[in-house]
Design a protein around this ligand. Structure first.
Ligand code: SAH
Ligand code: SF4
Ligand code: F3S
Length: 459
């Protein structure tokens, strides 16, 4: 009971928390906001779970493996809980995120030692939940109700954790791609009002942010209200954000190809702050499969959007997500994907074997593809994507690029930063230059990272 008493007694600085994050950037953003909630309660971050009084897992449900791994990870955390208990220390284990929304009953059944579980839209209630736990030991509180309230109305003010910040502007998805669990875990699509986003962005810049990455499951479907109650799109928001003094870089992710409009394309021509890198998931290069996936774009439309974007800004580099082995995918369909990769030329990409998600339409489609075939196709695709990425990176050798240094690098004396194209770059830079954008001459390249030297401004 010690921890619970500590909470009640208000000796709050003794309580430490540890948050482990799985999944996409939206979860990273949510974890930062949960940290802010806990910090506002007076709690501080622990370096390791064994030192933490509150351990929170922020979970992802996108593929089966990710969800299954959660239960083995939770098992390990329970061992830590037991060890701490033997040493007279209580531990609260919380699970948040997308798995909770889909598998709340499983969590209660398979991991009864979990003290609370709350979905991605309701974690703002954590202080209330911790209050209830303080009064009643060994309960498992599950809170997965979709609410009409916006979590953003209840969260503390955001603040920068470094030079790059995520800012969620849109959440949920109405697209219902037939393979995807997200519409069921994050709910229907909602957009935050324009002024609210601007306020959060200004605050991030005031506290040290140089780069903002706008987030949404379908970010370019953004349709937030402005001060006059008028619906505004992502292009409008980007233009307003670009006016913020001190903000140097803007990005947005993830975009849905069919929702790229002409104004958004024009932003890539007009806005210097908008980085020349766009993640535009294609998923498959076969029109037949795209249809079965319920994607609202085909090959021709996708290529047309890419051409228009390149016309607006010839420097643009593209990345994509791909799924191989969707039910019914033939060799010919897969060849069509390889052909699209060839035609577009990606500078980065993420590719996955199709994973059956219970409750989604494709999970019960006939013609599920053999795991071996999926693996073979994934290897072939990844080899092709790898060589495109390597070629692009090698082509950067000799170029001078502005790099935002974010953190310490792997080796001593090195910092880690990102180029405008989101490439990882390591360079020997003094640690006090973290959170600065410096010109770097690229000297070497692998498929996954670049090396370089900071040049004097007068070079
Ligand atoms: N909203 C984004 C991506 C969300 S999920 C979009 O529409 O592109 C991130 C990626 O996971 C997807 O782009 C897709 O490639 C992959 N993914 C989603 N569901 C999957 C599944 N059931 N099996 C394999 N990959 C999946
Ligand atoms: Fe999932 Fe499709 Fe929505 Fe992306 S657009 S989150 S893949 S349903
Ligand atoms: Fe995973 Fe949820 Fe993101 S399922 S990919 S954490 S929206």
């Amino acid at each position: 009971m010690r921890l619970f008493n500590i909470i009640l007694k208000d000796i709050r600085d003794k309580v430490k928390y540890y948050i482990k994050t799985f999944g996409c950037q939206m979860n990273v953003y949510d974890s930062q906001r949960i940290a802010h909630i806990l910090q506002n309660m007076g709690h501080t971050a622990a370096d390791a779970p064994a030192d933490a009084d509150i351990i929170i897992f922020n979970t992802c449900h996108i593929r089966e493996k990710a969800a299954e791994k959660l239960f083995s990870d939770l098992g390990r955390i329970n061992l830590i809980k037991e060890e701490r208990q033997a040493a007279g220390k209580e531990t609260i284990i919380g699970v948040v995120g997308c798995v909770v929304q889909a598998e709340d009953e499983q969590i209660a059944k398979r991991a009864p030692f979990v003290n609370f579980a709350t979905g991605p839209l309701t974690y703002y209630r954590i202080p209330e939940i911790l209050g209830k736990i303080a009064q009643q030991k060994n309960i498992c509180l599950i809170d997965t109700e979709f609410t009409s309230e916006s979590k953003f109305d209840h969260l503390p003010q955001n603040r920068a954790e470094g030079g790059c910040s995520y800012l969620a502007i849109q959440e949920g998805c109405n697209n219902f791609c037939t393979y995807c669990i997200v519409p069921y875990t994050r709910g229907v699509e909602t957009s935050r009002p324009v002024e609210e986003v601007l306020k959060e962005a200004r605050r991030l810049v005031e506290t040290g942010t140089l780069e903002i990455n706008l987030l949404g499951q379908n970010v370019n479907a953004y349709h937030g209200e402005d001060a006059a109650g008028r619906e505004r799109d992502l292009a409008h928001l980007l233009r307003r954000l670009a006016e913020i003094d001190g903000l140097q870089r803007l990005r947005y992710t993830t975009s849905y190809p069919a929702d790229v409009n002409d104004d958004l394309i024009a932003c890539h021509r007009d806005l210097k702050k908008l980085m020349p890198y766009l993640h535009l998931p294609l998923q498959s290069g076969s029109d037949r499969i795209l249809k079965a996936m319920n994607r609202r774009h085909n090959r021709g439309q996708y290529l047309e959007i890419i051409a228009k974007l390149r016309d607006a800004n010839p420097e643009l580099g593209f990345s994509s997500d791909f799924i191989v082995g969707f039910p019914g995918e033939t060799d010919q369909d897969f060849e069509a994907t390889l052909d699209m990769v060839e035609q577009v030329g990606y500078i980065q990409a993420f590719s996955f074997k199709y994973s059956r998600r219970a409750g989604t339409p494709a999970a019960v489609y006939p013609d599920q593809i053999d795991e071996k075939v999926k693996s073979e196709r994934l290897n072939i695709l990844q080899e092709k994507l790898f060589s495109q990425q390597l070629n692009f990176n090698k082509g950067c050798i000799g170029r001078i690029m502005p790099v935002l240094f974010e953190s310490k690098g792997r080796k001593k004396g090195q910092l880690f930063g990102r180029t405008p194209y989101m490439q990882n770059l390591h360079a020997r830079v003094p640690a006090e230059l973290i959170n600065r954008i410096l010109p770097v001459r690229v000297t070497d390249a692998t498929a996954n990272s670049l090396g370089g030297t900071v040049i004097q401004q007068s070079d």
